[in-house]
Design a protein around this ligand. Sequence first.
Ligand code: ARG
Ligand code: MN
Ligand code: MN
Ligand code: MN
Length: 314
Amino acid sequence: KNIKIIEVKSEIGAGTRGASLGVEAIKIAALDFMSNFFVHFPTEAIETENKLLFEPIESPYAKRIKGTLTLYERISKSICETVKTNWFPVVLSGDHSTAGATIAGLKMARPKAKLGAIWIDAHADLHTPYTTPSGNMHGMPVAISIAEDNLECKVHDVDANTIKTWDALKNLGGIAPKILPEDIVFISLRDYEKEEEHLIKSYGMKVISTNEVRRKGPEQVARSVFRYLSDCEYIYVSFDVDSLDSSISKGTGTPVTNGLREREVEDLISKFMQHRKVCCFEITEVNPTLDKENLMAEIAFNILQRSVNVLLLN
Ligand code: ARG
Ligand code: MN
Ligand code: MN
Ligand code: MN
């Protein structure tokens, strides 16, 4: 495969500052390991909207949502072009909010094909402006991708401008939903609110726990994931580093206990990367300002390097 790296140094969707430095931290990790990994691949950097961090917040239940829409337009266009010109996008992003734009771009490149997603994350990212406990957009990309409002669980009254922008996010590229709830697999999900749980239960969404990964091992888990997604024609893999256990994921904004070990994630993602249907890989939420000795970025780099090595062999 021809790998192209897409950098999205954005953090406007997170509640804690610093994730926009994650991409550079991963490059520093490469240098500290004396690896010339980044020399080998063309890189495209998406222009960010991080200047909004210095401005007052307009939408408390969807913070900086206008900037998020601007990013979605840029990122989806770039991903769509990348895929159409036969490159495999490896996306390095700051916060996870922009993963919905990655998904949008993949769908826009092949609107008729059925897209699946493997969401490796402590969180479901299934909130909407109507249900969010934080107003942070990085809790919403899965809801955006399945075009969900979750009005059944509504807790906030949302202003008309925010709703307009939210609807534009869901409908980006004139396709909604981008992906069906049944075509998403959550891995190591363990921290979610009742509004998200309602969606997971009512759609019967597939969840594979940390324990199941541990018990079955990477090979069997990968096999069951691809069997479950067998009617999808291509598959996106999103790796939020907070899927790793909080003992090793201090360098991320929302660490959670009972997560995966480094080796478990690395082996599992390598298995995923062997599959011909996998069309894009994203690593997100590395925040070096919260870390010691750049550990999170070093782990992310190791996983990146091994994943890309597998992709290059396939
Ligand atoms: N569910 C929480 C929220 O909406 C946490 C989301 C964390 N998401 C992430 N991509 N780290 O605020
Ligand atoms: Mn996430
Ligand atoms: Mn997360
Ligand atoms: Mn299906």
